[in-house]
Design a protein around this ligand. Structure first.
Ligand code: ZN
Length: 344
C-alpha cells in the first residue's frame, strides 16, 4: 500500500520569484499525478506542522528560535536561502509531512511519499541550500523515540551532498547514511568526499560516492547496483529513507550529472525491491529539482517505479559512456575504503 502526504500550503514554501526553488512545484506535481491516473492507486493524507519539540530532536534551541524570528521579520538565513515571512510554519508543515509519512509505515503502509521534503542541507545549528529544518533527521528521531528503532538507512540520491544529515549522524552507527552526489569540487555544498566514512562508533556508517559531472545513467545505475543493495542487506534496516532528488536530471540548471527520465523509474523500482527484501518500510522524500517541468516528469517516473507501472516516460539516452570507466574506478576506490566495514 502506498500513500502520499500533501497540503495545499506546501506551495507557500516559496523563496521568491528569482529563486531556483519554485514554490508551486508540489501543486504542479500533484496535478500531474492526478492527470496521469496515479492518485487512484495511492491514499492521500494531510499533514500537520511538526511541533517545536519534534524540531528540537534534530536542531539546537538557538537555531529554531532564529528561524522563528526570521519568519516574523523576513530576512536571509544564508546567502542562497531567503527566509520569507511565515517560513517557520511552511517549513514545519513540510517536516510534519515527513513525520506523518514515517508514522504511516507503522500503520500498514509499505511505502509513503512526501513531495516537499528531503531538506538535507539543514545542519544542527545552521543551514543553507534552500533548507530550514532537516525533516530526514526530525522524522528519524521521532520514529526512534516512538517505535524504539535501532537501524535507519538513508539513501540520498539528490545531486547535492547532504551535508546537514551527515553532520547530524557522522558518529552514529544506528543511522547508515549513503549518499551519491556530484563531486563537491564541482558543486555546492563542497562536502561528501569518498574517504569521509564516519567517526568513532559511526565509522563505516557514512558512505559517500562523489560522481564526476557528466556521469550519465548507465554509470549511475551500475554504481547503485554495486554499492547500495549489498550494504543494505548486511545492515538490515528497520526503515529506509530514500531522498529521491531529481536535480540529477540533464536539464537541471544547477547541476551536471546528466541522468535521463527513465533512470528515476529504475532507481525507484530498485529501492522498492530493496525495501521489500528487508524491512518493507520505504519513506520517499522527493528532494531537489530545479527545472520544474522536468522535475514533475521525473517525480511521476518515481511513482511509476514505486507502483511497478511500466507507463513511465522515456527519452533518448544520449548520455555518453565515456565516463563509464571513471565511475567504475571510483566505485572500486569506494569499495576499498569500505572493505573493513562491509563485505563488498
Ligand atoms: Zn539538490
Amino acid at each position: 500500500m502506498i500513500g502520499i502526504v500533501y497540503h495545499e500550503d506546501y506551495n507557500k514554501y516559496d523563496l521568491g520569484v528569482d529563486h531556483p526553488l519554485v514554490g508551486n512545484k508540489p501543486g504542479k506535481t500533484m496535478e500531474f499525478f492526478e492527470e496521469k491516473g496515479i492518485m487512484k492507486d495511492v491514499e492521500l493524507f494531510t499533514p500537520n506542522k511538526a511541533a517545536e519539540k519534534d524540531l528540537l530532536r534534530a536542531h539546537s534551541e538557538n537555531y529554531v528560535s532564529r528561524i522563528k524570528e526570521l519568519s516574523r521579520t523576513g530576512g536571509m538565513l544564508a546567502m542562497d536561502t531567503p527566509a520569507k515571512v511565515g517560513i517557520y510554519n511552511h517549513a514545519s508543515l513540510a517536516t510534519g509531512g515527513s513525520i506523518l509519512a514515517g508514522e504511516k509505515l507503522f500503520e500498514g503502509f509499505n511505502c509513503m511519499v512526501n513531495p516537499l521534503a528531503g531538506f538535507h542541507h539543514a545542519c544542527i545549528s545552521a543551514s543553507s541550500g534552500f533548507c530550514f529544518f532537516n525533516d530526514i533527521a526530525v522524522a528519524i528521531e521521532y520514529l526512534r523515540e516512538k517505535h524504539k528503532l535501532k537501524r535507519f538507512l538513508i539513501v540520498d540520491l539528490d545531486v547535492h551532498h547532504g551535508n546537514g544529515t551527515q553532520e547530524i549522524y557522522y558518529d552514529d552507527p544506528t543511522v547508515l547514511n549513503i549518499s551519491f552526489h556530484q563531486d563537491g569540487r564541482t558543486l555546492y555544498p563542497g562536502t561528501g568526499s569518498l574517504e569521509k566514512i564516519g567517526r568513532d562508533k559511526g565509522e563505516g556508517f557514512t558512505v559517500n560516492l562523489p560522481l564526476p559531472p557528466g556521469t550519465g545513467s548507465a554509470s549511475y545505475l551500475k554504481a547503485f547496483d554495486e554499492i547500495i543493495p549489498p550494504i543494505t542487506k548486511q545492515f538490515k534496516p528497520e526503515i529506509i529513507i530514500y531522498q529521491s532528488g531529481v536535480d540529477t536530471h540533464h536539464s537541471d540548471p544547477l547541476a551536471d550529472l546528466n541522468l535521463t527520465y527513465q533512470t528515476y523509474y529504475h532507481l525507484a523500482k530498485k529501492m522498492r525491491e530493496l525495501s521489500a527484501d528487508t524491512c518493507d518500510k520505504l519513506l520517499v522524500l522527493f528532494g531537489g529539482g530545479y527545472n520544474s517541468s522536468a522535475s514533475v516528469t521525473s517525480y511521476y517516473n518515481i511513482m511509476c517505479g514505486l507502483l511497478d507501472k511500466d507507463k513511465y516516460l522515456k527519452e533518448i539516452d544520449n548520455t555518453s559512456h565515456q565516463k563509464f570507466e571513471r565511475v567504475k574506478n571510483l566505485v572500486f576506490d569506494l569499495k576499498k575504503v569500505l572493505k573493513p566495514h562491509w563485505e563488498i
